[in-house]
Design a protein around this ligand. Structure first.
Ligand code: ADP
Ligand code: MG
Length: 264
């Protein structure tokens, strides 16, 4: 028997915004197509303003497209989706454990069970001692870890991550990347991870979708050649360098164009 793979299929997706002041339309995404299997970790890189957050909002169901289709195939019911943003968005008036448990409130689980599940995951991630702290009492890295745990505790089918580690320093980012991969390996949700960092995309993902500048399109899909757990010393290190260079070549022209917009 072959296992049935659930997929997210995006076909020819286009969306535009109407600018409030001028009423001009800005085409944010045009003809975007790709598909992702359940359990797959896909990263999206592209120049800033190319429509990456827009794409995540569409998949999350927070925005509707002008054209094209977002189809969830092979799921018995619509897949549970969760978004994690760059600014952790914890509730400042709730303790860490209540913030994490809040993720389960929408699922209709009892208060006791919510807190038990939240505590168990915080404990696994080494945050048990901070369960009763308030967000302002934690470092930025700790807050972002809590936000990631809040998303995972609900066991989403699809996790949409919008530059979640952007605000952190490089060392902190490396540690949280490792934690993220360990959480993902245990649950294996589909992850769509937006980042401006080419190396981060290659380190984390099975596949990297490279977008163009506005209107955003998918230029190329790059498969990561690295086995998990990833060891990027020796041959892996030079392969990483080659792939980074390849992706940068795809992005460079788009980024330069942004710095020198055509003057009419
Ligand atoms: P990215 O996440 O890749 O930086 P976004 O998806 O946030 O890009 O935005 C894509 C384009 O759409 C940008 O040019 C941005 O200015 C514009 N945009 C985003 N949200 C809105 C909005 N609510 N109203 C008007 N324009 C928007
Ligand atoms: Mg964005």
């Amino acid at each position: 028997m072959t296992a049935i793979v659930s997929t997210l299929q995006i076909e020819q997706l286009s969306v535009s915004y109407t600018m409030a002041r001028t009423q001009q339309r800005l085409v944010a995404l045009q003809g975007v197509s790709f598909s992702v299997d359940s359990g797959e970790f896909v990263a999206i890189v592209g120049p800033s303003g190319c429509g990456k957050s827009t794409l995540l909002r569409l998949v999350a169901g927070l925005l509707s497209a002008d054209d094209g289709e977002i189809a969830f195939r092979g799921w018995a019911s619509p897949p549970k989706r969760r978004l994690v943003f760059q600014d952790h968005a914890l509730f400042p008036w709730m303790t860490v454990i209540n913030n994490v448990a809040f993720g389960l409130e929408m699922d209709g689980i009892s208060v006791e069970l919510r807190r038990a599940r939240a505590f168990s995951l915080l404990d696994t991630m080494g945050l048990a001692d901070f369960a009763e702290y308030y967000p302002h009492e934690l470092s930025g890295g700790m807050r972002q870890r809590a936000a990631i745990i809040r998303a995972f505790v609900t066991e989403p089918d699809i996790l949409l991550m919008d530059e979640p580690l952007r605000a952190l320093d490089a060392q902190m980012r490396l540690v949280i990347q490792e934690e993220l991969i360990s959480l993902w390996s245990r649950q294996k949700p589909m992850v769509i991870y937006v980042t401006h960092d080419i190396e981060e995309a290659l380190l984390l993902a099975d596949r990297v979708l490279v977008m163009s500048g506005l209107p955003g399109r998918i230029q190329e899909q790059v498969h990561s050649p690295f086995d998990r757990p990833r060891d990027l010393t020796g041959r892996g290190y030079s392969q990483l360098g080659e792939l980074k260079w390849h992706i940068w070549n795809l992005l460079e022209r788009e980024v330069r164009q942004q710095l020198r917009p055509a003057v009419r």
